[in-house]
Design a protein around this ligand. Structure first.
Ligand code: E4P
Length: 286
């Protein structure tokens, strides 16, 4: 059962519906699930096909992703479901919009994941006006967080997620949790249309610190949720001591009312992450 004092929503970070079932049983609750092209490529059925040398056609891979989402929805019918568009650096806004509108029909609880690049933000601006909920992914900086807030201004409360990638910053020696803290501070007077979704979680410490730092949502691999369950599902408060020996990111005071085009949305980890998602997806296709 969900601990009474837990305000942060807990999502599973996985492309495997079997894991959704297992984690739901283990925790007794699950608020949602995030998927991405790499996680879909890791799905055991997809892997089995690849081992047999039987790659998907472009249409089949789309149907496969849709089927995965539908299976997850039957297990957590009330749960939020994040579905990611295919995009590389050359993908046009129109293409992102077509995919997003299509994916949005796959589930009543869909949040469409868009990368924080120029075309992704342009698409977010259009889609949120149409009432489509979005999850802005591959966030590595406060400038990107401010741009997302501004590009989606006017959207309903909690209809935009912002996904800062904690673990991938840690991998570079930068304290990913300090980005969560900074964005939480930046958003302190916000109208709450953007919720902070702590992503790229690699340890129980990341999960606990995300809760303690006031993330609205945290998406967590099954392995870490099993550790949390084993520890008795602890819910730390703000006094939680997160102790990574990594370089903190300095806080930047940004004016989120400014036009999103005024922010510097470029980040090398966003570019690398975009490429990796595209490569993993393309590895499935003939
Ligand atoms: C979820 O929304 C993200 O895509 C995911 O947490 C990324 O995790 P990774 O950095 O471990 O690939």
């Amino acid at each position: 059962m969900k601990p009474d004092n837990l305000k942060t929503r807990i999502f599973l970070d996985s492309g495997n519906p079997e894991e959704t079932r297992e984690i739901l049983e283990l925790l007794g609750f699950l608020d949602g699930q995030t998927t991405n092209p790499s996680l879909i490529a890791k799905n055991p059925e997809a892997q089995k096909r690849l081992e047999l040398g039987d790659k998907f056609s472009a249409e089949e891979v789309n149907d496969f992703y849709k089927d995965v989402i539908e299976k997850i929805e039957t297990i957590i019918p009330e749960g939020s479901l994040s579905i990611e568009v295919y995009a590389d650096k050359d993908t046009l806004v129109e293409d992102i919009l077509t995919q997003a509108r299509q994916m949005n029909t796959w589930s009543d609880n869909a949040y469409i994941k868009l990368p924080i690049i120029q075309s992704g933000l342009e698409a977010a601006e259009v889609l949120t006006k149409e009432g489509v909920r979005v999850n802005m992914t591959l966030c590595f900086s406060q400038q990107q967080a401010a741009a997302v807030y501004s590009a989606t201004a006017g959207a309903r409360a909690d209809s935009v997620y912002l996904s800062p990638f904690v673990g991938r910053l840690d991998d570079k020696g930068i304290n990913g949790m300090s980005l969560i803290k900074n964005i939480h501070n930046l958003y302190k007077n916000s109208d709450k249309h953007v919720s902070i979704l702590s992503a790229s979680i690699r340890s129980l410490d990341h999960l606990l610190a995300s809760i303690a730092y006031g993330a609205d949502i945290v998406t967590v691999p099954g392995k870490i949720l099993r550790q949390w369950a084993e520890a008795g599902m602890p819910v730390p408060d703000e006094s939680y001591k997160y102790s990574a020996e990594l370089e903190d990111i300095e806080y930047e005071d940004l004016d989120m009312q400014s036009d999103w085009k005024n922010f510097n949305i470029q980040h090398n980890l966003t570019d690398a992450g975009l490429q990796k998602f595209a490569d993993d997806w393309n590895s499935l296709v003939k």
